[in-house]
Design a protein around this ligand. Structure first.
Ligand code: BG6
Length: 496
């Protein structure tokens, strides 16, 4: 790992000190977009607050929008005030603001790239950043190829280069492979950091801690003891002015292909030999390869109609601005997946994701088999043991077990043992982007998706989508604020 134990100060016992990255410039392409405002700058601010950024560091935002550095800096200041998890401290912001530049340039244009290159060299001179570059590619898919080529051609000879590539990473196997090949022609795999921000979430990493830092779970983590697994990525929000993107992508490309399959991979993988990028990703890849194509009856797609979320009336998907009135884009997917290997044979992984579901909830629920023989007189209120990893909200882990109801006789019912992050650690959880930006600066790709993983994920999605082309769905098929179409309930009685 990238961290070292502190030894000298006894008060710091048990705390980890993260390595500080080497001097570098972070160049954000697509800097006028929402991501820069909502995620990247708030994350940089949190890192600055904790002194995790290098002393010799500078940021340049690049986008087509014409504006001066001062305008960009003041917009980012507002963004930090609105979206950062920490209180606003002028002194912390001042340090970051002083190192931030903005450049209006076309990504795919020689002249624009010349100016970016000149600006980066200037920053090297000013901040001692030694030609080290982190390029953050938050640009629309169409602009990506040319930009990658330009950056590849203009790599510095003095320092290192790292490339953070935002999703969407292609829209099917073919386009993802093309993008991977283009990256491989210009960069080495260990220079490429493909974002799946779910991997940056502490609670997702905690799944690995739960499995591999405890002796009690791994022996039962298999088909002999586990009845099935349920993975839910539910959102109550709609598409939030992203209709152009969402119409093209739908739930399967937006969340299923990446976040959801990564959660399945982390849940099902074998213990890696160590916590390094190659070892962890090798094991995830094996799971992705073992996922068989589900039969059409094992996949349910849905689209929400008008309904109510927390008592508020919300429009149906087809009524959202920018959505075609007869759109067949799915906003919900549920599937019964099968990991065809020794550990998981015949143990279904039920997964679902959707927009405008009753609440925001990401969970991994492991349902264990029932005891083979019942001893007690009344077990009508006893459910099977259920281990739930709450990724968000109410971050933590809970375990449902049977306990005797006080009083006469032997009535047994289900109770819960809960671990809540907030209570146990008394500290806020970092945002995923903090961890990911820092790891990319450190050159640690453990929490980023490798080329072959992405291609496997797309292969599964391609097969599902190909089956969908055969018939036209009758949408909408569930009301906003409900848990998806009835047919998804027929796949399984979902854990609520
Ligand atoms: C993004 C999707 O990747 O993940 C969004 O494009 C979705 O549609 C978001 O809302 C969910 O992320 P989080 O961290 O809010 O669960």
């Amino acid at each position: 790992m990238q961290s070292v134990e502190t030894e000298s100060n006894p008060l710091m016992e048990g705390l980890q000190v993260r390595r500080t990255p080497e001097p570098c410039v972070l160049a954000i392409f697509g800097a006028s977009g929402d991501l820069t405002k909502r995620k990247i700058f708030p994350a940089l601010y949190a890192l600055a607050m904790r002194d995790l950024l290098p002393e010799q560091f500078a940021i340049v935002g690049v986008a087509r929008t014409e504006q001066e550095t001062a305008d960009f800096v003041s917009a980012m200041k507002e963004a930090v005030r609105s979206y950062a998890r920490d209180e606003f401290r002028a002194e912390v912001w001042g340090r970051l603001a002083a190192r931030t530049r903005y450049l209006a340039a076309e990504f795919a244009d020689e002249e624009g790239e010349d100016r970016v290159a000149r600006c980066l060299t200037e920053l090297d001179g000013e901040y001692g950043t030694r030609g080290n570059r982190v390029y953050y590619l938050a640009v629309p898919p169409a602009a990506m190829p040319k930009l990658i080529e330009e950056l590849g051609e203009r790599r510095t000879t003095t320092g290192w280069t790292r490339l953070i590539v935002e999703k969407p990473f292609g829209r099917d196997s073919v386009t993802a492979r093309e993008l991977n090949e283009l990256l491989a022609r210009n960069f080495t795999e260990d220079e490429v950091f493909r974002i799946d921000h779910y991997l940056g979430k502490d609670t997702v990493q905690n799944l690995l801690a739960l499995r591999f830092a405890n002796g009690i779970f791994e022996p039962v983590w298999n088909r002999q003891f586990i009845d099935h697994v349920q993975v839910t990525v539910a959102e109550s929000i709609g598409i939030e002015r992203r209709s152009a993107f969402y119409e093209e992508s739908g739930a399967i490309r937006d969340v299923f292909q990446n976040h959801l399959l990564q959660l399945v991979a982390l849940t099902a993988m074998e213990p890696p030999i160590d916590f390094t990028a190659e070892a962890v990703r090798n094991e995830k890849l094996k799971v992705l390869k073992a996922l068989s194509t589900p039969s059409p009856r094992s996949v349910v797609r849905g689209q929400y109609g008008p309904g109510f979320i927390e008592g508020e009336r919300v429009p149906g998907y087809r009524e959202e601005e920018g959505v075609a009135p007869d759109s067949t884009t799915e906003t919900f997917v549920a599937a019964r997946l099968q990991v065809d290997n020794w550990r998981w044979a015949d143990t279904p992984f039920y997964v679902r994701t959707g927009k405008r579901l009753p609440r925001r909830e990401t969970t991994i629920a492991i349902q264990f088999k029932r005891v083979p023989h019942t001893l007690f007189e009344d077990t009508s209120e006893l459910r099977p043991n259920l281990l739930i990893v709450h990724i968000q909200p109410n971050e933590g882990v809970s375990l449902a077990i049977g306990a005797k109801v006080p009083g006469e006789g032997m009535r047994v019912r289900t109770v819960h043992m809960d671990f809540l992050y907030g209570g146990a650690f008394r500290t806020g959880l970092p945002e995923a982007y903090e961890r990911l930006i820092l790891d990319a600066m450190l050159g640690d790709a453990t929490l980023f998706t490798r080329a072959d993983e992405i291609e496997e994920q797309w292969a599964l999605v391609d097969a599902i989508v190909a089956a969908w082309r055969r018939d036209k769905p009758s949408f909408p098929n569930h009301a906003a604020g409900t848990w998806g179409p009835q047919t998804s309930e027929e796949l399984i009685g979902w854990h609520r």
